[in-house]
Design a binder for this molecule. Structure first.
Ligand code: ATP
Length: 286
């Protein structure tokens, strides 16, 4: 095999809770993760040379050591000899710095792709152990689907898949630093913790009407204070018929859950023509 193309899927957080800040600066979380049918494609091609070259459709994305695809290649190399160079083309469709784990998804897909390309025979568990060195969300991006994520994100439990629905993503034109959001999170009485056990029950019952109103993200308290437009997008989505609307990860992307595809398409068209954000995507659970 000389080349391979892999897909890197985005995620949303149906529920995001932060339990505590650990002495090492990390946070213990409890999150319900969901892969959505929105993906980057990564073409990995062996070359005669020794170097790694990354190109991307986005001019502003770093293509050197700062790119998570590059980091994934270096990590894989430390554990498995690669006797060739690599040419990578990364076609980004997942909005960048959006709370959709695009970079982590690319890192996960690169590890999977290299494992196949070089027939290294690493199991999913082995890839996940490797992946956590690149970021807390990378093991989940390898696992995919609906999952409970605990610890710093590395303790994963697959869950009953979420009920099928339409998912509308709107990313306002602002950038949010994940580090800033976690640093400014205050875990006091005002913090709105999601009821994760009730959400797990709703998932098991395959009941979207029970699940949707339980969706909460504790990080909204930080990001929305800084960027009220996120609250505005949430309100508009709900007014226009979403069962619920929530910020994903540390933001700023807002996702709306719809039980009706035609309604979702109408709201999609509204957001496309409004000034709320250039990136508006209608998708479904993976
Ligand atoms: P998370 O939800 O895990 O916080 P995110 O969706 O908010 O992630 P990313 O899209 O992963 O954020 O991008 C965060 C930063 O990582 C960007 O500023 C970008 O420059 C850098 N980056 C490095 N590699 C990549 C990549 N392959 N795709 C996207 N961003 C990347």
């Amino acid at each position: 095999m000389n080349s391979i193309t892999v897909k890197a899927y985005a995620k949303i957080n149906l529920g995001l809770d932060v339990i505590r800040k650990r002495p090492d600066g990390y946070h213990d979380v409890s999150m319900i993760m969901q892969t959505v049918n929105l993906y980057d494609t990564i073409n990995i091609k062996k070359t005669k040379f020794q170097s790694v070259t990354i190109r991307s459709n986005l001019y502003y994305l770093p293509t050197d050591r700062r790119n998570l695809v590059y980091k994934a290649i270096e990590l894989f190399r430390e554990n498995h000899p690669i006797r060739s160079g690599l040419n990578i083309f990364l076609n980004k469709r997942i909005p960048v710095a959006a709370g959709l784990a695009g970079g982590s998804a690319d890192a996960a897909a690169t590890l999977k792709g290299l494992n196949r390309l070089y027939q290294a025979g690493l199991s999913l568990e082995e890839l996940m152990k490797l992946g956590v060195k690149l970021g807390a969300d990378v093991p989940y991006c390898l696992l995919m689907g609906t999952a409970l994520s605990e610890g710093i994100g590395e303790i994963l439990k697959p869950l009953t898949p979420m009920p099928d629905c339409s998912i509308l993503l709107v990313k306002p034109d602002i950038s949010v630093s994940t580090k800033y959001v976690y640093e400014n999170l205050r875990l006091n009485e005002e913090a709105k913790h999601p009821n994760i056990p009730a959400m797990l029950e709703a998932l098991q019952e395959n009941n979207i009407y029970k699940l949707a109103p339980l969706m909460e993200n504790i990080l909204e308290s930080v990001t929305i204070k800084e960027y009220p437009i996120i609250e505005e997008i949430k309100s508009v989505m709900k007014d226009k018929g979403a069962l619920t609307a929530l910020m994903s990860g540390s933001g700023p992307t807002v996702f709306g859950i719809f039980d009706n595809q035609l309604k979702a398409e109408k709201v999609y068209r509204y957001f496309k023509s409004s000034g709320y954000g250039k990136q508006v995507i209608l998708t479904r659970p993976y």
